[in-house]
Design a binder for this molecule. Structure first.
Ligand code: KIV
Ligand code: ZN
Length: 397
């Protein structure tokens, strides 16, 4: 069922493929590829593109500036730690943006505060206030993230959110930085944040999840159900370590499960396959074949029982029409296939199989398939040429 804007709540999609996604080991993209990905994300109508961390390197700063100048239809964000130099670098890179956002981050867990930053909670709170105020010199659109929020004292996270909102932040983000949370943790945390944060009614709650336990999408959805209205995610779920919440999974879940997820994203689903392929190529990170929504097997059917069902009514084994996300349904022919799929595929590629020939043709294909992992179209034509007695020209295989 398609999302109906008038009945569903809008959830903002904040894409961080070019920042957290590019932080996947070995995934660094060229400036030209980064611009191309940003253009495609804008065409797909994500609400905000996090284009990078300008203080990290001069190349990143230049790339963020180029994206900010050239991609005008979408909000462009740059991330900064809570330091004046980082915020200045972000502000400078975003100077030419039509709608710039500075995203300031400080850790809130005692582990990060004592071991990494070596500061007290009070000092962290001061940094939040000072950084949000300073960032507002560059733009009115400030997002604050409490790094490692899911392993923090949630009431302290709420204190940092209250301070950020008081200083002018419009979005406050709850990251599960190390992919530690469960969906129940996320529900409880967002509920507590809503109860405890002063001024939360004037800010958007964002959620940023990682996939270390394979729960990134489930955790983001739990947060949305509890009241978060922005999801931070990446194409193909790329990102630090096991990656981030996958954008395609979130927007497809909203589309498919309106009954329990009455939300809508503004994302053009038809762009997902192209975005996935473009990001995979630019990052040299192949998409795992069984990846939900964008993997090569996401709409492929192998067993005879499934193929027969798909041919009779695709809803038997597909919860989402592949065409909706710019993909195609594939019936792979192998020794697991049944006669219905074998004959249908052969006819699709031009083999004129009569009803009386179906049984013999399928038997020949199954026989051939015993020593193969897959039967290609060329194989089908060659078998048809042999079995159908001259009706089909053989091809070189
Ligand atoms: O995972 C995280 O905490 C982050 C922050 C920088 C938002 O990526
Ligand atoms: Zn992250």
């Amino acid at each position: 069922m398609a999302a109906n804007d008038s009945l569903t709540e809008r959830v903002l999609i904040f894409d961080t493929t070019l920042r957290d996604g590019e932080e996947s080991p070995g995934a660094t993209m060229t400036p030209a590829d980064r611009l191309r990905v940003a253009e495609l994300l804008a065409e797909a109508r994500v609400d905000c593109i996090e284009a990078g961390f300008p203080a990290a390197s001069a190349i990143t700063a230049r790339s963020v500036a180029e994206i900010a100048k050239r991609v005008r239809s979408t909000r462009i964000a740059a991330v900064a730690r809570c330091t004046y130099t980082d915020i200045e670098a972000a502000g400078a890179a975003l100077e030419g943006a039509a709608a710039p956002r500075i995203h300031v981050v400080v850790a809130t867990s005692d582990l990060h505060l004592t071991k990494k930053l070596r500061i007290t909670r009070e000092a962290a709170l001061e940094r939040v206030t000072a950084s949000v105020r300073f960032a507002r010199r560059f733009t009115d659109d400030i997002e604050f993230s409490a790094e490692d929020a899911s392993r923090s004292d949630i009431d302290f996270v709420a204190d940092t959110f209250s301070a950020a909102i008081k200083a002018g932040a419009k979005t406050v983000s709850f990251p599960d930085t190390v992919g530690y949370a469960t969906p129940e943790d996320m529900t409880a945390a967002i509920n507590r944040i809503r109860e405890r944060t002063v001024g939360i009614e004037n800010a958007v709650i964002s959620v940023h999840t990682h996939n270390d336990l394979g729960l990134a999408t489930a955790n983001a959805l739990a947060a949305v159900k509890a009241g978060a209205r922005q999801v931070e995610c990446t194409i193909n779920g790329i990102g630090e370590r096991a990656g981030n919440c996958a954008l395609e999974e979130i927007v497809a879940a909203f589309y498919v499960r309106q009954d329990v997820l009455p939300y809508t994203s503004g994302v053009a689903l038809q762009k997902l396959a192209q975005l996935s392929a473009t990001v995979a190529k630019a990052t040299r990170m192949a998409v795992q074949k069984n990846k939900a929504i964008v993997g090569a097997n996401a709409f492929a059917h192998e067993s005879g029982i499934h193929q027969d069902g798909i041919l009779k009514d695709r809803r038997t084994y597909e919860i989402l029409d592949a065409a909706i996300v710019g993909a195609t349904t594939l019936l792979t022919i192998s020794r697991n296939s049944g006669r219905h799929a074998i004959v249908t595929r052969a006819r699709e590629i031009g083999c004129p199989i009569d009803e009386s020939e179906e049984k013999a043709f399928a038997a020949a294909v199954i026989d051939f398939s015993q020593t193969r992992t897959i039967v290609t179209d060329n194989d089908l034509i060659a078998i048809a040429a042999r079995v159908l007695g001259g009706k089909v020209e053989p091809v070189a295989v």
